[in-house]
Design a protein around this ligand. Structure first.
Ligand code: NAD
Length: 329
C-alpha cells in the first residue's frame, strides 16, 4: 500500500523501513505535520500515518477523504487528535498502536519522580563544575510514600508494579477495575481520596472530554501541600495556569511533565536558536522544582520497534481486508 507519513523523524524512518521488509508497502516520509495546509500532500496515498501532534480534525479528515485516503494509521496509543465521528462519516478507518512497551512510559514516569526528588539533574551540573555542596539537594525516601495513579491501564499498571517495588502504598482511580491491580495491592480509591491522601499523583488516563483539565484549581485545593504531580499522559489533562498558581503558592511542591497542552508548537523540534513565544511554558521552566521532558516517555528502542511492527501490520490487515484488531471507532 502507498503510505504517507506526517511529522516523521530520522528514527521513524529507520524503524519503519527496517520492519517494512516484512510488508513491502510503499512508504513516503514527510517532516511536516498534518493540518489543513498539508493534508493535500496525501493525494494518491491510500493511507496516512500520523503521530501525537498531527491534527486530524473534521476539516482535515474531509480533505483527506477528498484526495482518496482510506486509512489513518496512528503510530501511537492516544487518539484524542482524531475526530472519529468525522472519520466514520467520511468512510476513513482509523487504527492505532494500543500497546507498545508500557514499560517505556512507566519507567520514564519513575525517572521524573526520582529526578525531581533526588535532584540528580542539578547534582550532575554541580559536580561537573567542581561544586560538591549538598545544600538544596535533599530528597525524601520513596519507600512508604503514598502514590495515587489516575488511570490503571497498561501504563498505569506497570507504574504501580514498579512503585510497589519501591515500597510505596499505591492508590488507584480508574473507571474500570482490574484484577491484576487489585492482586498486587493497588487500593482502588475515589478521586477525592487520591487527591487528599497522595504524596505523589501520576496521570495515566487518556485525554477525553471527561478528563480534560481534570487537574484544575478545585482538584489541587484538595491535594496535600507539597504534593508531587507527574503527567506523562496528555498535556490537556492539566489546567496549566492553575498549576502555575499552585507552584507559586508552593501548594504543588514538584511538577514533572512529559507532555504539555500546547506542545504541538514546541516539541520534537530544535528551537534552541529561536525565541519561544509561549509565556506559560516559559513560566513553567522558571521554577526550580519543575522538570519537563519533550514527550520522550515512549522513546525507547523497544517501543519504536513495537510501534513500527504494529502500525505496518495494521496497514497490511487493512490492505488484505482482514479484521482490524486495532481499529478505533
Ligand atoms: P490504556 O487504554 O491501557 O489505559 C488507560 C486507562 O485509563 C484505562 O484503564 C481506562 O479505563 C482509564 N480511563 C479512561 N477514562 C478514565 C477516566 N475518566 N478516569 C480515570 N481513568 C480513566 O492506555 P495506556 O497504554 O495505559 O496509556 C495511557 C495514556 O498514556 C494514553 O492515553 C496516552 O495519552 C499516554 N501515553 C503517553 C506516552 C508518552 O510518550 N508520553 C506514550 C504512550 C501513551
Amino acid at each position: 500500500m502507498q503510505v504517507i507519513f506526517f511529522s516523521s523523524k530520522t528514527y521513524d524512518r529507520q524503524f519503519f523501513q527496517s520492519d517494512n521488509q516484512h510488508h513491502s508497502h510503499e512508504l513516503y516520509f514527510l517532516d511536516v505535520p498534518l493540518h489543513t495546509g498539508t493534508a493535500s500532500l496525501a493525494t494518491n496515498y491510500q493511507a496516512v500515518c500520523i503521530f501525537v501532534n498531527d491534527v486530524a480534525n473534521k476539516e482535515v479528515i474531509q480533505q483527506l477523504a477528498d484526495v482518496g485516503v482510506k486509512l489513518i494509521a496512528l503510530r501511537c496509543a492516544g487518539y484524542n487528535n482524531v475526530d472519529l465521528a468525522a472519520a466514520a462519516q467520511a468512510g476513513i478507518q482509523v487504527v492505532r498502536v494500543p500497546a507498545y512497551s508500557p514499560y517505556s512510559v512507566a519507567e520514564h514516569t519513575l525517572a521524573l519522580i526520582l529526578t525531581l526528588n533526588r535532584k540528580t539533574h542539578r547534582a550532575y551540573n554541580r559536580v561537573k563544575e567542581g561544586n560538591f555542596s549538598l545544600n538544596g539537594l535533599m530528597g525524601f525516601d520513596l519507600h512508604g510514600k503514598t502514590v495515587g495513579l489516575i488511570g490503571l491501564g497498561k501504563i498505569g499498571k506497570v507504574t504501580a508494579q514498579i512503585l510497589k517495588g519501591f515500597g510505596c502504598q499505591v492508590l488507584g482511580y480508574d473507571v474500570a477495575t482490574d484484577q491484576e491491580c487489585e492482586q498486587m495491592g493497588v487500593v482502588y480509591s475515589s478521586l477525592d481520596e487520591i487527591y487528599t491522601q497522595s504524596d505523589i499523583i501520576s496521570l495515566h488516563c487518556p485525554l477525553t472530554p471527561q478528563t480534560r483539565h481534570l487537574i484544575n484549581r478545585n482538584a489541587i485545593a484538595k491535594m496535600k501541600r507539597g504534593v508531587m504531580l507527574i503527567n506523562t499522559s496528555r498535556g490537556a489533562l492539566i489546567d496549566t495556569p492553575d498549576v502555575i498558581e499552585a507552584l507559586k503558592t508552593e501548594h504543588i511542591g514538584y511538577l514533572g511533565l512529559d507532555v504539555y497542552e500546547e506542545e504541538a508548537d514546541l516539541f520534537f523540534e530544535d528551537l534552541s536558536e529561536k525565541v519561544i513565544q509561549d509565556d506559560i511554558f516559559m513560566r513553567l521552566l522558571s521554577f526550580p522544582n519543575v522538570l519537563i521532558t519533550g514527550h520522550q516517555a515512549f522513546f525507547t528502542r523497544n517501543a519504536l520497534q513495537g510501534i513500527a511492527q504494529v502500525t505496518l501490520q495494521n496497514i497490511s490487515d487493512f490492505e488484505q481486508q482482514k479484521a482490524l484488531v486495532n481499529a478505533v471507532r
